[in-house]
Design a protein around this ligand. Sequence first.
Ligand SMILES: Nc1ncnc2c1ncn2[C@@H]1O[C@H](COP(=O)(O)OP(=O)(O)OP(=O)(O)O)[C@@H](O)[C@H]1O
Ligand SMILES: O=c1[nH]c(=O)c2[nH+]cn([C@@H]3O[C@H](COP(=O)(O)O)[C@@H](O)[C@H]3O)c2[nH]1
Ligand SMILES: NC(=O)CC[C@H](N)C(=O)O
Ligand SMILES: [Mg+2]
Length: 517
Amino acid sequence: MQKFSHDTVVVLDFGAQYSQLIARRVRELHVYSQIVPYTISAEELKQMQPKGIIFSGGPASVSAEGSPRPDAAIYDLGIPILGICYGLQVLSVQNGGSVQRPEKREYGFADLQLLGKDSVLLRGISENSRVWMSHGDSVMSIPAGFETTGSTFNCPYTVIENAGKQFYGVQFHPEVVHSAQGKQILSNFVLTVCKAATDWDMGSFVNTAIEDIRSKVGDKQVLCGLSGGVDSAVAAVLIHRAIGDQLVCVFVNNGLLRKGEAEMVQKVFRDNYNIRLQYADAEQAFLSALHGVSEPEAKRKIIGKLFVDTFYNEARNAGEISFLAQGTLYPDVIESKSPSGGPSATIKSHHNVGGLPEDLKWELLEPLRELFKDEVRQLGRELGLPEEMVTRHPFPGPGLGVRCVGEITKERLDTLRDVDAIFIDEIRKAGLYDDIWQALACLLPVKSVGVQGDERTYEEVCSLRAVTSEDAMTADWFRFPPEVLQRASSRICNEVSGVNRVLYDITSKPPGTIEWE
Ligand SMILES: Nc1ncnc2c1ncn2[C@@H]1O[C@H](COP(=O)(O)OP(=O)(O)OP(=O)(O)O)[C@@H](O)[C@H]1O
Ligand SMILES: O=c1[nH]c(=O)c2[nH+]cn([C@@H]3O[C@H](COP(=O)(O)O)[C@@H](O)[C@H]3O)c2[nH]1
Ligand SMILES: NC(=O)CC[C@H](N)C(=O)O
Ligand SMILES: [Mg+2]
């Protein structure tokens, strides 16, 4: 590991769903941040010379045997540390404090009481500031040299510190928006305690990313899966800036695309960019492999593998390929598996992460892997991508395959394409497209009885979904004016043959996910 080129705060990942959110909050302060696995040695960290270290939360209990511990020599590096939740607990235990699981767990909101001590970490924080908790274990005694600066009703040691050593710990999660002054606390740590320089922005991300891509790729060839979505478009333009014609893009028509999409994507790219683009018509291969499959993870694995097979096929016409580039973002990674191979839970295998074959014969090039969607949009603007491209709703690689709930057939896909097109059209006509993070339609594996023109019908049911979100990690259902849903519903039943019932999905994430499968 080399020294970072910017002042950096590293996040030691203990498997929290929120690790990358911590990094992103630090970047919002214009300080570079990167996640590293908790297993990193103190020696490696020393070489990287971070200005500060944040210990993330994590699902384990510090009292459990084999629970994750950082290298204890980290405490001798003289680098400021902030422990969050599990991070606080591990910091306490390794320095001589104790942690136990009390009867009462604490999930949700709490009011932070300040204990009247002058704490740099708590500067500007108000009495009873709302904080968000999610823990079963609690610190029961703090290490020698530490003092408590904040508490809550259920948790006496909510904020602890050893100001001399610049070690801090908080039991709540300052990185989530529900902690009202969380940003201020992170800013106090990063800017005041660590004194990190605020020299990071998307412009410097572009320069660093271009340098990284050049040094990784050398004079080799890269194949990039281009979907027409914002992530792969940004990745392709960024990589093209770095290595020019060593890049070839492949757009796969997997038969699971939306109405008119294949034509549209090719046109936008051929009209606007001078990037080599190959079109792969793989509809038959995808549909026959998916025939009779309805289990979501099985579908995802099949689709992931077929994407790669298609890329291999296309590579034959593209020269000697060494890298597969994808527009993978952080939320794709965290839901599929822990970024550091650590202990977080698998929610679903995103086709471009958990769905990739283990013996992929090319190296991966994923320059956006650490970023969230809104950061990628910012980057797209920085790179001059057209606004309609930058603001497009996300569309998953497995496409309508995971929206045709149950069995996938060409006929059901065509029906779904028509439903989707009407829904999106009505959203655009109502001027709501940009207020919504993502809108989608699913076809459900049930039929319902209806009456049309005095005749009994027994046909498919579709479900419409629209959500608001910041980063796809959590989402809420969009509150439509009723007339928009009404227009969409009557147009769908009138214009799409084979559908006689329309539902609107009012599930947030969690407990739902955005896609149905
Ligand atoms: N039809 C496709 N052809 C080629 N590559 C694809 C296709 N669909 C997805 N991919 C690859 O998988 C990656 C992940 O897909 P994902 O949908 O997350 O990103 P995206 O399509 O680029 O952007 P968005 O999230 O806005 O839809 C893409 O960046 C791209 O590399
Ligand atoms: O490229 C992708 N490949 C996938 O396999 C995949 N699965 C979900 N998504 C998109 O990710 C976001 C979060 O989706 P979920 O709440 O359904 O997990 C939403 O924006 C989903 O559309 C995918 N994107
Ligand atoms: N969110 C967390 O980091 C939780 C820490 C630990 N697993 C607990 O339940 O207390
Ligand atoms: Mg997409």
